[in-house]
Design a protein around this ligand. Sequence first.
Ligand code: ZN
Length: 227
Amino acid sequence: MNEQTSTDVSGNPAAGRATRFDLARPDEPGTPKIDSALARNRAFAAAGGHEGAVVFPNLRLFVITCLDPRVDPAHFLGLHLSDAMVVRNVGGRVTQEVINDVAFIAQITENVIPDGPMFEVAVIHHTQCGAGALADATFRRRYAERIGADEADLRDHAVLDPAATVMSDVERLCSAPAISQRVAVSGHVYDVLTGLVQTIIPARHKNSESAPAPATPDEVQTGAASS
Ligand SMILES: [Zn+2]
């Protein structure tokens, strides 16, 4: 690749050694447009791609991951429409807003599945994450001023060691009072160079080391009486 295009997202030469990546292909014109995506939408609808979609995800899965375009779970997890709920933010961090989202879905799900495991939340951080820029003091200070946030809080959002941050975020979810014990939580790291996901923390519930897998759609639909 052209070395001139290799940079880090902070714009600071001293920042983000762990986050160095190519911002764009050298041969891309770089003009932002939704037109090509809308053309793909027409083809999607014409082919009936939206048909058969359901609200509650087929895999009983809730994915929290980074908004980095290299880290699209539809691709690296092979997710199809209706397979999973997905929340993406900078770094794939478990913020209070994300905890609230999981709690919301759990409350909705309680009406559908009154007992037993509901769904699994998979927190997936990744290598070369741009959120590493928040470890740089200059970048962090400018960003804190821009959004009116506490700079000290932002430091905790940096992702330099994805295995470490995913462990702390799984713990944050498991210790959140708003999260039901019927929700399983797991932690993983996606390697953007190999394309592989490594599990750091297998699915667990609050106050337990491991957890049974959430019920499959067949199990939910047929119930125990038919088995
Ligand atoms: Zn990232």
